[in-house]
Design a binder for this molecule. Structure first.
Ligand code: BEZ
Length: 213
């Protein structure tokens, strides 16, 4: 069954390149990104894993742990890690799940049989401190993901969890935000001084954590 936004991310125990991990325990009260790639020793996947390794400090800064998965066995992951370092210059610095029996891949609906019976697609789940799924993405094997976009989404998710705002198209951390329609103009004047009404349903305000008061 598909995992949808707001669902509790299913817990599991996995063999990973960092040893045996219980997902919810490992994640703790922070945020997590769980992503699958189709196969070890494949070109796009090699570039993706290096890209995530390079961005690890940025995920750390956002209190977000990252974990990858494919249906390859552990010894394959371990051998492939050398290639990732060779090709991208970044050593694997986050756990990679070995899921040869596909149990976790199936739990998270990462195998799409009309794309491939045997390999996972490029799935992404962002999971919040409450263990609920906040974002899902599915990319085909042929297209490497933009992992900086995940950081942008995490910035938005963390901001909108803390303030009565949403973020517009292409928003980046620090830029103006949108005041939720459920906030009255009177309330908005107190919480978002100087907000701008572009349409009655579209009011923008300075970023609530950087705006001078
Ligand atoms: C790749 O990572 O390049 C790849 C993996 C599986 C199928 C196609 C491409």
């Amino acid at each position: 069954m598909a995992i949808r936004l707001g669902d509790i991310a299913p817990d599991f125990t996995a063999e990973t390149t960092d040893g045996r991990i219980r997902f919810h325990e490992w994640k703790g009260n922070g945020w997590a990104v769980l992503f699958s790639h189709p196969r070890d020793f494949t070109p796009v996947c090699t570039t993706e894993l290096g890209a995530v390794a390079k961005l690890k400090p940025e995920f750390d800064r956002r209190n977000t742990k990252v974990m990858g998965l494919s249906v390859d066995p552990l010894d394959s992951h371990t051998r492939w890690a050398g290639d990732i370092k060779d090709v991208t210059g970044a050593a694997l610095n986050f756990p990679l799940i070995a899921d040869p029996d596909q149990s976790i891949a199936k739990m998270y609906d990462m195998i799409h049989p009309n794309a491939s019976d045997t390999a996972t697609v490029r799935s992404v789940f962002i999971i919040g401190p409450d263990n609920k799924v906040k974002l899902t993405l599915t990319y085909p094997a042929s297209t490497g993901r933009n992992f900086a976009e995940l950081l942008r989404v995490i910035d938005s998710l963390q901001l909108t969890a803390a303030h009565a705002v949403s973020t517009p198209a292409d928003w980046k951390q620090g830029e103006d935000v949108i005041i939720l329609p459920s906030v009255s103009d009177d309330e908005a004047r107190k919480r978002f001084p100087g907000f701008v009404t572009k349409k009655p349903y579209l009011r923008t305000a300075k970023h609530p954590e950087t705006a001078a008061v």
